[in-house]
Design a protein around this ligand. Sequence first.
Ligand code: BGC
Length: 637
Amino acid sequence: MTLEEKLGQLTQLVPDQPEFAPALEKGLVGSILNSGGVEQVNQMQRGLKVPLLVGYDVIHGYRTIFPIPLAIASSWDPQLAELSAGVAAKEARAAGIHWTFAPMVDIARDARWGRIAEGAGEDPVLGSAMAAAYVRGFQSNGVLACAKHYAAYGAAEAGRDYNTVEISERTLREIYLPPFRSAVDAGVATLMSAFESLNGVPASANHHLLTDILRKEWKFKGFVVGDWEAVAELIHHGIAASNQEAAKKAITAGVDMDMRDNSYSTLAAAVRKGELSPAVVDRAVRRVLRIKDQAGLLDHPTSNESDALSLDRDAARRVAQRSMVLLKNDNDLLPLPKSGRKIAVVGPLADSKHDMLGPWSAQGKAEECVTVREVIRDSVAVDDADVIIAVLGETREMSGEAASRASIDLPGDQEKFLESLVATGKPVVLVVMSGRPLAISWAAAHVPAIVQAWFLGTESGHALADVLFGDVNPSGKLPVTIPRATGQVPIYYNHLPTGRPPDPKDKYTSKYLDTEIGPLYPFGFGLTYTKFEYSDIRVTPQAASATIKNAGNREGEEIVQMYIGDPVASVSRPVKELKGFQRVALQPGESKRVEFTITRHDLEFWSDHGWIAEPGEFKVWIGPSSASGLEGTFQLH
Ligand code: BGC
């Protein structure tokens, strides 16, 4: 290969940009994104020495749209994530796509950040389980995965997208990196380097992240693609004066492929002038070719022009049923009886097919989505109703990329509308659709039943009706903390203690003057139509267990969570950290003993000397959320 052809392998372009056609003709493109379909791609592949790798954002479905990743995380069920990724991969592969820019594994602790919708929420253990599951789901169904955005993109200051991140090495290692590590261990083929600057060094020129950690420590063998024009943006970040300088910094740090901005084409001159070692280029080319080979692309450059697959509505519905969280249910208002009550289904999202798709909906079609209003066919007007279902929240454009909000309240006049419904004196069920936690304090105080539904995708309406009318017992739990007010964010359960824990009776403690202490709904929280009782916790340094009983009168599934805390250590440790979770199905009256293994790593923290566990007392909680549970202790010697 010539030097130019090698750099071509490191160049990803979009077919509709002007540079594309001439570059393709000369064989100087290695990958495309957002192509126009399998026939067009096959045509491009013919005659190329090395086939193009075809990428696309298949985030939560391709044609069949599944719940957004934040919703799927609410199921705490990695198998559902894997199932959804498998269906998406099969559909995408049938359309000639080899590579998806998913999963997004960024931890997000600030609900203002719109991209919180695309990930698994605030916790590294839940996030790691989901990351590995998505990788398995995509890659065992013929599509290469890409863990993004490496790294700490979700820590954007003030929740403003693309903004700067300043965090300690400990926070980076303990909170933001574990899901990436999990994706790497699951065999992820590629990673995407992020837009933001981390402690002053842009992630897409960050040698510490891209080489020291990713290659040397984790032994990652795949390749890294820079996010959309992230290489050229090194100029805006103020660490390069030209595209060539940006490209040199990026490739040297470990960005193997450059997305969209064609900056790597400038590297030929740099190599010839002796400013860049040809070995750096060869290293990146080798990584890209290895993955093309792994994908079978070198032997089979074209894809079958098969008929598109039909939608997998059954899978979409099953996943959606488990992806919502019942937040409130006073006097067992839910489930609603299937007949004998007149129901009004109201609100801007009650019948909006477009919004059901959520952000990043690939080739999902709004007209194929089922809304709640469609399913509850005999909806009446509010005056005639016995019960009101209000479907409120965000439009799909209000979350996802470049969709940060300075206020996470219900948008516009929706709260006033809700107040008017409650003022009728009729029971109101609030269904919240959103790509982020919303500060619904007023609703939590005045509305008897609340379902957090996120965006549930193609089968939204059916899945919601299944839960509202009790065919399915809700079992989801929050993968993020729901704040009382925007001013509380960032807010997360695994925070460090302070010297002055909040005390309502003591002014000089850590709290706000104008908001109650603590979140509106804690991480891990979610109700069901039955009742689970926890008893008999037993703890050793190697394991913890408890008995969970279904004390209600319907079958149900409980997500049992284990948290660990290290109350006295050489550095301040989080008040508690999730270390394990299990979904258990229980018949009425049935009990099960749930056991968690405790590994050495569960007790470790990041120190100047790497991961260490210090002897002393540890606390363990097994419970239904981060805010309650049985407590035990053990000594580590
Ligand atoms: C986003 C990525 C996405 C890429 C390609 C960027 O703007 O940050 O998440 O994969 O575009 O569409």
